[in-house]
Design a protein around this ligand. Structure first.
Ligand code: NAP
Ligand code: BGC
Ligand code: ZN
Length: 354
C-alpha cells in the first residue's frame, strides 16, 4: 500500500510502498481518509524532534488523521464507523500508570511512543491498525475535517490545564493572545474568541497574508512581533490574561511573563531545539511571584480531549474550515503538502473519501 514517510538515508518525505498492516487481536483495521500536516511533522522531518521505530529503516509520518473502520476484527467497532486515532501509545509490551489511568499525555519522555512522531509508525498510509480504545468515533458529517480533531484536542487540553490553575480565586479574564499564526494558533484563536472579549494573534508576516485574513475575519487583532515584541504587548495594546504559545520560538516562553496581566496564565506548547539567550532571571522570577502569574507546559492530549474536540469542530464555522485547509494533496503528489509556502495554512494528504 502507499505510505508517506521518511527514511534514514533520505533527507525528504517519500512515497513508500509498504505492506498493508494486519490487525492483531483487539485492533481494528482502518482505511485512511485524510491526514493533516503540522509544525511538528516538519520538526520530525528536519530531525529536531521524535525518532524512528526501533530497528526500522523508515518511519511512516502522520499523527492528525481521520479514517473509516474497514474491519472491526472483534474490537467492538463496526465496519463503516468514522474514527480519529489518538497519538500516544504504550511502548511495545510495556505499560505504566499513565496508560492505566487513561492519561498517556502525562507520561514522561521514554514511557510512551507517539505514532508518526516518536518511535512508532504514523497514519499517513492507505490503512492503519489501532486498538479500539485509541479510536474516537465521530459522526460522518465531520469526516471531511476530522483530521483537525487531533490539533483541536491539543488546545482543549492546554486551555483546560491553564484555566484550572486559576480556579482557586475569582478570575475574570477579558483578553487572550495566541502566539503563532500556524494552524494550531488559528484553531485556538477561534476557540478563545468564544470565551474572551478581546483576542490577539502574534505573527511575523506582512499583509496581504492568508493567516492575517483569518485573524481579521475572526475579529482578533493581528500583532506583528517585528514591531511589537511579545513583552511589549502591554505597551502597544494591553496586558492579557491568557497567552497560548504556539510558535516554538523559545524567547516567547520568557516574554510571555511580561505580556501577562497580574494573575494571568501562559500555556507553552512550542517544541524548540536548544537555544541559548540571555535573560534577566531575577526580574523574571520576581514578576511571576509578585503578580501571581503562572506558566505551564502542555503536550499531547487524551481521549477526553478528543471527545471535547469533536464537539468543538462541530461548532466551527464552515468558512474557517475551508480557509484553514489550503492544500489537499494526493499521496502521488505529496510534495505539495510539505512545501514551505506562506499561502499554505493546513495541508492534508487525502487517501480516500467516505
Ligand atoms: P507552524 O504551522 O509551524 O506554526 C508556527 C507559527 O509560528 C508560524 O506561523 C510562524 O510564522 C510563527 N512564528 C514563529 N516564530 C515567530 C515569531 N518570532 N514571531 C511571530 N510568529 C512566529 O506550527 P503549528 O503546527 O501551528 O504548531 C506550533 C508549534 O506548536 C510547533 O512548535 C509545534 O511543534 C508545537 N505543537 C505542540 C503540540 C503540543 O502538544 N505541545 C501540539 C501541536 C504542535 P511563519 O510561518 O511566518 O514563520
Ligand atoms: C502532536 C502531539 C504530540 C506533540 C509532541 C504534536 O504535534 O500533536 O500529539 O504529543 O507534537 O510530539
Ligand atoms: Zn501535532
Amino acid at each position: 500500500m502507499k505510505a508517506i514517510g521518511v527514511t534514514r538515508e533520505g533527507d525528504d518525505v517519500e512515497l513508500l510502498d509498504v505492506a498493508r498492516p494486519e490487525p492483531s487481536e483487539g485492533e481494528a483495521l482502518v482505511r485512511t481518509l485524510r491526514v493533516g500536516v503540522d509544525g511538528t511533522d516538519h520538526e520530525v522531518i528536519a530531525g529536531s524532534h521524535g525518532g524512528y521505530p526501533e530497528g526500522a529503516e523508515h518511519m511512516i509520518l502522520g499523527h492528525e488523521a481521520v479514517g473509516v473502520v474497514e474491519d472491526g476484527n472483534g474490537s467492538g467497532l463496526e465496519a463503516g464507523q468514522v474514527v480519529v486515532p489518538t497519538v500516544r501509545r504504550k511502548p511495545d509490551g510495556e505499560t505504566n500508570d499513565y496508560f492505566r489511568r487513561g492519561e498517556p499525555d502525562m507520561a514522561p519522555d521514554g514511557e510512551y511512543v507517539e505514532r508518526g512522531i516518536v518511535g512508532e509508525h504514523g497514519f499517513m498510509a492507505e490503512y492503519f491498525t489501532s486498538p479500539a480504545d485509541n479510536l474516537v468515533p465521530i459522526p460522518d458529517h465531520l469526516a471531511e475535517y476530522g483530521m483537525l480533531i487531533e490539533p483541536v484536542s491539543i488546545a482543549e487540553k492546554a486551555n483546560d490545564h491553564a484555566f484550572s490553575t486559576r480556579e482557586p480565586f475569582e478570575w475574570r479574564p477579558e483578553a487572550a493572545c495566541v502566539l503563532g499564526n500556524g494552524s494550531l494558533g488559528l484553531l485556538t484563536l477561534w476557540m478563545l474568541g468564544r470565551e474572551f472579549d478581546r483576542t490577539y494573534c502574534v505573527g511575523r508576516r506582512d499583509r496581504p497574508d492568508p493567516t492575517i485574513d483569518v485573524i481579521d475575519e475572526l475579529g482578533a487583532t493581528y500583532v506583528d512581533s517585528r514591531e511589537t515584541p511579545v513583552d511589549q504587548l502591554p505597551d502597544d495594546h494591553e496586558a492579557v490574561d491568557y497567552v497560548f504559545e504556539a510558535t516554538g520560538y523559545a524567547p516567547h516562553a520568557v516574554q510571555t511573563v511580561d505580556a501577562l496581566a497580574p494573575n494571568g496564565v501562559g500555556a507553552l506548547l512550542g517544541i524548540p531545539g536548544p537555544w541559548e539567550f540571555e535573560i534577566d532571571g531575577g526580574t523574571f522570577h520576581k514578576e511571576i511571584v509578585l503578580h501571581n502569574k503562572c506558566l505551564i507546559g502542555t503536550v499531547n492530549s487524551h481521549v477526553k480531549h478528543f471527545e471535547a474536540a469533536v464537539d468543538t469542530l462541530d461548532e466551527m464555522p464552515q468558512w474557517l474550515l475551508d480557509d484553514l485547509v489550503t492544500t489537499v494533496a494526493s499521496p502521488d503528489s505529496v510534495d505539495a503538502a510539505f512545501e514551505d509556502d506562506e499561502d499554505q495554512i493546513k495541508a492534508v494528504v487525502e487517501f480516500d473519501t467516505l
